[in-house]
Design a protein around this ligand. Sequence first.
Ligand code: 2AM
Length: 187
Amino acid sequence: MNATSSETMRLFYALWPDNPTRTTLMQLQAPLHGRMIPYENLHLTLAFLGEQPVSRLPALKEILLRLNAAPGELVLDRVSYFTRNRIVWAGASETPPFVLTLYRELSEALMNQGVAFNEQHAFKPHITLARDASSPPDLAFAPIRWRAHKVALVRSENAPQGSRYEVLASRSLDEKWVLKDLPGGGA
Ligand code: 2AM
């Protein structure tokens, strides 16, 4: 990464699906009409930070390492539509408590650092499948059981072919040992 301190990056934190979950999500895209999100970009945004100074990256990575929330299972059992921005998305009829706990923990850490996020957007956990899309047909499909444990800090860059994402840091919520590597031993 070549960056000077005055530069900014467009950043977000997301739950990052494993490859089998991505493959299954792609099967849901088959009957959709619109611009499909590529396999490697599929994710569930936890906090969208927008443009942030590059100098903030160490603090944002530390927030990721310090997350103490437990991983859990998301049952992706619905495909729906945001009319306003013409997005087809997959999600869970019931948001499991671990996702809300994770979101709350991340929100508090960001607020403590004075970082604004999700401006004017309520947290609606979803995985965007297609953009510029028409309303999806009624789809019958076997619920996708995703054991969500990987959280990523991601850079988003606009490219002619669509957004390009770069995972700047990631960790598994299964791994608590990372805390010992932090100043203060994660206390
Ligand atoms: P979307 O897929 O519903 O558009 C990278 O752009 C990610 O951040 C996408 O998942 C996008 O959600 C989300 N995102 C973009 N702008 C946002 C905003 N203002 N509030 C919350 N999430 C946003």
